[in-house]
Ligand binder design. Structure first.
Ligand code: G6P
Ligand code: MG
Length: 215
């Protein structure tokens, strides 16, 4: 076994929370008369909460005060927490649990590397917490992806060299973060969107870990 650890992004890899983020940002946008599109929401994947709001305000050409920004970040998150309050294991993406089971059985260490400050809540609600040897989330990092900090902290916490880590990511910023951290990156989604990834798979359905982790 060449690789020793697998590091997973959360949103869009293990669960699909993008729909909830989209809804909450759309609701917030209506405060300043802005209608966020689905294409724009795509560009917010993997991007931290504060950076997402900055981008939306730039698209809307709206210059908000510091007070408005602070209040809106809280408001967006309260709305998002309300939207995810009913999340349950049925929202784990297809094939994920089987794949995690294969990794455990094969002896890989498993960590989460997510920009979200709500990662622990989502893992608990979907019953995924137990799979992880380590959780690194948005509360523990100072630099957002594409900076490799979140994955480097994961590797260090697991006691595994970055070169022995494989990252699973659905966002371009996340793939860049993995590569910047000297790790292998597997994209989940469309190859055209995730050009820098070492491999791309559409979903985890039917994926054999032993084959996928041969590079
Ligand atoms: C993930 C999502 C982003 C989200 C970010 C922060 O990277 O893909 O859409 O903005 O986490 O999430 P949070 O739950 O802290 O607002
Ligand atoms: Mg993601």
């Amino acid at each position: 076994m060449t690789y020793k650890a697998c590091l997973f992004d959360l949103d869009g890899v293990l669960v699909d929370t993008a729909i909830y983020h989209f809804q909450a940002w759309k609701n917030l946008g209506s405060k300043f008369g802005y209608v966020l599109t689905e294409e724009q929401n795509e560009q917010l994947k993997g991007v931290s909460r504060v950076e997402s709001l900055n981008r939306i305000l730039a698209w809307a050409n709206y210059s908000a005060t510091e007070e408005q920004i602070s209040a809106w970040l809280i408001e967006k998150n309260e709305n998002y927490l309300e939207l995810i309050s009913t999340m349950n294991p049925s929202e784990i993406l297809p094939g994920v649990v089987d794949f995690l089971g294969q990794l455990k059985k094969a002896g890989y260490k498993i960590a989460l590397g997510s920009a979200s400050k709500n990662a622990e809540i989502i893992l608990a609600k979907t019953g995924l917490t137990e799979w992880f040897d380590l959780i690194v989330d948005g509360n523990m990092v100072t630099k957002s992806k594409p900076d490799p900090e979140v994955f480097l902290k994961g590797a260090m916490g697991l006691g595994v060299e970055p070169a022995a880590c494989v990252v699973f990511e659905d966002a371009q910023a996340g793939i860049e973060a993995a590569k910047a951290g000297d790790m292998r990156a597997i994209g989940i989604g469309e190859a055209e969107m995730l050009g820098q990834a070492d491999k791309v798979i559409p979903t985890f359905v039917g994926v054999q870990a032993s084959e996928l982790l041969q590079f």
